[in-house]
Write a protein that binds this ligand. Structure first.
Ligand code: HEC
Ligand code: HEC
Length: 321
């Protein structure tokens, strides 16, 4: 932890202790101290790992649990109303059902947990890491330890990592890191990229597109999108993801500059409130405590302050509940 973070930690903790009643303070400390720290950069090297084929799944209870996990990973909307309160599926950001290299593939993540995460300043198990994506990316409520959805996902990840090394970061993990450009990230230039290359699928208003009841293209902002606490709301993380994965079917077709600009554009729109806001007094405090990174939370854009609202999307879950 660097000095700045540790000051923030102390400031944040003091502020919450002062401003919350004793009962409220007995909430989940881990979630309260959740900071945004990107994944470490994946090592260079050839991506040679191949996850196993589904046709090779054993015909037993383990194989059945893997299938359940895969189904939930692709159609996480099956958990809507219980653990998921936006329109996302895990596979929206972890492409090809979590198999695609450079799209934060699940086979590269299984063996690296438990791991220390700056985001909540403690050692996280894989289950906790998955729970984190439920809280933020899915704007949801994390499934409880030992509950079937969580066991199914862990089993799916375990199976995908068959033959992968333990405790070693593999090439292809996470999203490849883009260097910053001299011109920086500009949302106005990004708006043009978006209109030309993204809106056809994600919609003029970032609302995504449904075919019947099914979400064919995920929303990128608004109530159906990832919330203000999700890793994807950071401009650098989104730029990395976009460069390697978007437009769908045309990876690496955008220039680095276009990827930065369009990431700034989509992430400077409103989305569900950061759930950690429930534990703090104000947007300022949430901004200072948890948003010391490359993002738009708390910034003024087009005359409005982003994140200055009490809209948690459809998520009714208080953090301590
Ligand atoms: C809106 C995009 C998005 C969605 C949806 C999403 N994730 Fe993630 N996930 C990310 C990002 C971004 C990271 C990388 C974290 C970072 O850099 O902050 C990540 C990281 C992870 C990791 C750790 C990877 C590693 O190598 O350490 C796991 C495991 C994971 N997600 C599982 C899930 C599961 C399971 C779901 C569905 C319940 C899900 N994610 C939904 C964006 C998403
Ligand atoms: C041909 C349709 C298509 C185009 C064009 C396209 N996308 Fe996507 N995008 C998708 C689909 C589909 C997914 C979900 C991936 C999946 O489920 O396999 C996705 C996922 C994403 C995500 C993950 C975040 C989330 O909340 O789910 C982001 C960010 C994103 N796209 C940004 C962009 C940007 C920026 C552009 C333009 C440069 C773009 N996309 C162009 C179809 C498209």
């Amino acid at each position: 932890m660097n000095q700045r973070t540790s000051h923030l930690l102390i400031a944040g903790t003091l502020a919450s202790a002062l401003s919350l009643s004793l009962v409220a303070y007995a909430q989940d400390e881990a979630t309260e101290r959740d900071y945004q720290v990107p994944l470490p950069e994946a090592p260079e090297g050839e991506i040679s790992f191949q996850p196993p084929h589904e046709r090779d799944l054993p015909d037993n209870q383990y194989g059945e649990m893997v299938r359940k996990g895969r189904d939930l990973f692709i159609n996480t909307q099956a958990l809507r109303g219980e653990y998921v309160f936006n329109d996302q599926n895990c596979a929206n950001c972890h492409l090809d059902a979590g198999r695609l290299a450079n799209s934060a593939p699940m086979w590269a993540s299984f063996g690296v947990y438990p791991a220390y995460r700056g985001k909540n300043d403690k050692v996280n198990t894989l289950a906790e890491r998955i729970q984190g994506c439920f809280t933020y990316s899915m704007n949801g409520k994390p499934p409880e330890y030992g509950s079937e959805p969580l066991v199914a996902m862990q089993t799916y990840l375990h199976w995908m990592a068959t033959g992968a090394p333990i405790n070693e970061s593999m090439p292809g993990r996470g999203y490849p890191k883009l260097e910053e450009t001299e011109q920086g990230a500009d949302r106005e230039r990004g708006a043009e990229v978006y209109a030309q290359q993204c809106a056809v699928c994600h919609g003029d208003e970032g609302q995504g597109q449904k075919v019947g009841e099914r979400q064919a293209f995920p929303p990128l902002w608004g109530d159906g999108a990832y919330n203000w606490g999700a890793g994807m709301h950071r401009v650098n993380t989104a730029a990395n993801f976009i460069k390697a994965n978007m437009p769908l079917g045309k990876p690496y077709s955008l220039s680095d500059q276009q990827a930065w600009d369009v990431a700034a554009f989509i992430n400077s729109h409103e989305r569900p409130q950061d759930p950690r806001r429930r534990t703090l007094e104000s947007v300022d405090e949430t901004d200072e405590t948890f948003h010391n990174h490359h993002g738009f939370y708390g910034d003024e854009v087009d005359g409005r302050r982003l994140g200055d609202h009490a809209d948690f999307g459809e998520n009714p879950t208080p953090l301590d509940g």
